[in-house]
Design a protein around this ligand. Structure first.
Ligand code: ADP
Ligand code: MG
Length: 596
């Protein structure tokens, strides 16, 4: 039997789309404060927001009649026709946040508008409201106008949601994440987050670069590289890698988002450069014409849709990629002392050409001037770099020897330079193989003793699988034939693949290639263009690289350095470990008490 839901039940269900946890309440309320032109926003949480969320702003406030309307569903002052969605500049427009919050909390809205008509408050829950009552309320954050919203007992009437709330600490940290994103998107506004009486996050009005630095770094001293290109501005904290993606900040047209496409474009550019499970600290700001952006794809508006998402994807990928290639990848720095951070310096190379800029993109509103406090120009190119040196001081001529048969040592004048011989060799091999692979210049090299490799048991009754595996491998420079119906016989491997630990590496490779995900989606014609196949092959090739523990002659060590700096990305091995590090001379002097 169908029946109409009781409106208060319907409201609570609808609220579920917008409000999931305290962080969603905070996000909606702070966005309202920003839309109201607030220059200061203060958020207070009790019990992680479960018992109280209070947002106080010094925005333009609401009149008594607006207060009464504001908590109705689809009540908004920001939009009246559907066409206005195309030119939208406010963060809100759906008119459902306050209604949703009111449906799942006990709420109080108190506001003093700019017109000097005095303060009014309304209180209530769901459909049971007090009318606007005049109240006295002092200055809001030093301003005579503004709004204070208090939401108590989140989900106390919605047990299905209440049980999904986490510990106080976990909820506070989610609120903090959103506050940081919102703070990054509105640098001129001051923000403060308090949990009980403790200040969790506090920033004053500042420039974009200073704000993003405050948000990304927790005030660490890592160098930040800023670059502006076309519709995008990037701020990247070099040398930092983190175990979560919290410090990947996205801002699209002033709106803090958590868009999957943008996230993938950023992370794609860091592939190989970070250890698995590590993430960069980076802020990506994108400005597009509002008519090329759909912000109405998600009730919480945290995802967006671009008219030309392919272009935006490649643009982000290319810009982040060129930045990373030029400046080195983040190095995992253990927090214990002593702390040696390798900082790559700008080699003076130019950014990649902006061929990705389509006419429509370049027509977009111009972005704010580049930040002044920490931009590219501060990492000036080196004055006298030797040809095969690299702006970092490493050169064959200052090689001084090797340590533990693992690290090559270079005297850089004021620093001790270290090169991890295994990581460096992996990088060199990886790039060599990659260029040969992509240009199809793959030759096979016969093995003295052919190697047989068993196929997985799933191949028992699968002659097509066997054929396909052989075709893929033969197309990538192996010389393989069937050996019974249970094994492959390798007569040759791609030149340069090396013969160390051959049996294990071939088994690993066959294991990877016969995974259904690869085997069913690849074909022998296009296999050379496929990154996954290349990675499968290259990851095994790397295992045969010079190992830690191998003794290198001077000439070999010098050649290794030269070839490393011919690589597109010399800073890391393909798995993300750093290849280079520096220890300042001053640090050694501290150890020997030459300086205190
Ligand atoms: P939306 O933001 O989508 O318009 P909301 O439900 O979040 O919808 O808010 C409804 C309306 O209440 C807003 O359009 C705005 O006019 C008003 N409002 C909400 N919060 C504030 C605030 N902090 N200061 C001034 N006006 C506000
Ligand atoms: Mg809103």
């Amino acid at each position: 039997m169908i029946k109409l839901l009781d409106p208060s039940v319907a409201e609570k269900i609808a609220a579920g789309e917008v409000i999931e946890r305290p962080a969603s309440v905070v996000k909606e309320l702070v966005e309202n404060s920003l839309d109201a032109g607030a220059t200061e926003v203060r958020v207070l949480l009790e019990d992680g927001g479960k018992s109280l969320i209070e947002v106080l702003d010094n925005g333009f406030g609401m009149s008594a009649s607006d207060l009464a309307l504001s908590i109705q569903r689809h009540a908004t002052s920001k939009l009246s026709t559907i066409q206005e969605l195309e030119t939208l500049h406010s963060l809100g427009f759906r008119g459902e946040a306050l209604a949703s919050i009111a449906a799942v909390t006990d709420i109080s809205l108190l506001s003093t508008p700019q017109d000097g008509q005095g303060a009014y408050e309304i209180r209530g829950t769901s459909r049971n409201w007090s009318g606007p009552e005049p109240v006295t309320f002092g200055d809001y954050l030093g301003s005579p106008h503004g709004t204070r919203i208090q939401a108590r007992g989140l989900f106390s009437q919605v047990p299905a949601r209440l049980k999904f709330l986490k510990s106080q600490g976990a909820e506070v940290s989610q609120v903090r994440d959103w506050m940081e994103r919102l703070a990054a998107s509105h640098p001129q506004t001051g923000f403060r987050l308090l949990s009980e009486t403790k200040t969790i996050f506090s920033v004053r009005s500042s420039s974009e670069a200073a704000r993003i630095r405050a948000v990304l770094t927790d005030n660490s001293d890592s160098p930040m590289i800023s670059v502006t290109e076309g519709p995008m501005r990037l701020h990247w904290l070099q040398g930092v890698s983190l175990p979560q993606a919290r410090k990947i900040i996205q801002v699209v047209n002033g709106r803090a988002t958590r868009d999957r496409m943008i996230q993938q474009a950023i992370l794609g550019a860091f592939r190989q450069l970070l250890l698995p499970g590590q993430f960069p600290a980076i802020g990506v700001f994108i400005e597009v014409n509002p008519s090329e952006l759909d912000v109405n794809v998600h009730p919480t508006k945290s995802e967006v849709r671009f008219l030309n998402s392919g272009k935006i994807f490649s643009a982000i990928h290319a810009l982040v990629g060129s930045l990373v290639n030029r400046h080195g990848a983040p190095v995992h720095v253990p927090s214990s002392h002593p702390r040696f951070v390798f900082q790559a310096r700008d080699t003076g190379a130019q950014a990649e050409p902006t061929s990705w800029l389509s006419p429509t993109l370049s027509d977009m509103p111009s972005s704010p001037p580049p930040p002044t406090d920490l931009s590219l120009s501060q990492t000036e190119p080196p004055a006298v770099a030797a040809p095969e040196s690299n702006g970092l001081g490493f050169s064959p001529g200052n090689y001084v020897g090797s340590l533990f048969n693992t690290y090559l040592l270079f005297d850089l004048g004021q620093e001790l330079g270290l090169l991890d011989q295994h990581a460096a060799h992996e990088r060199i091999r990886y790039e060599e193989l990659h260029s040969r692979f992509m240009t199809g210049e793959i030759h096979s090299q016969a093995l003295l003793i052919p190697e047989s490799v068993p196929l997985p048991p799933s191949f028992n009754d699968n002659p097509q699988g066997l054929e396909k595996t052989m075709a893929l491998l033969n197309a990538t420079g192996f010389d393989v034939e069937g050996f019974g119906d249970q094994s492959l016989l390798f007569r040759g491997v791609p030149a340069g693949w090396g013969d160390r630990d051959l049996r294990v590496r071939l088994r690993n490779l066959v294991g990877r290639v016969t995974e259904p995900e690869l085997l069913t989606t690849l074909d022998a014609q296009s296999v050379l263009q496929d990154e996954r196949m290349f990675e499968a092959l290259a990851s095994q090739a790397c295992h045969s690289s010079v190992r830690a523990g191998d003794k290198l002659e001077t000439l070999e060590a010098q050649t290794l350095l030269k070839r490393l700096f011919q690589c597109k990305h010399p800073w890391n091995c393909p798995h993300g470990r750093p290849t280079l590090a520096k220890v300042p001379r001053a640090r050694l002097e501290e150890w020997f008490l030459r300086r205190v």
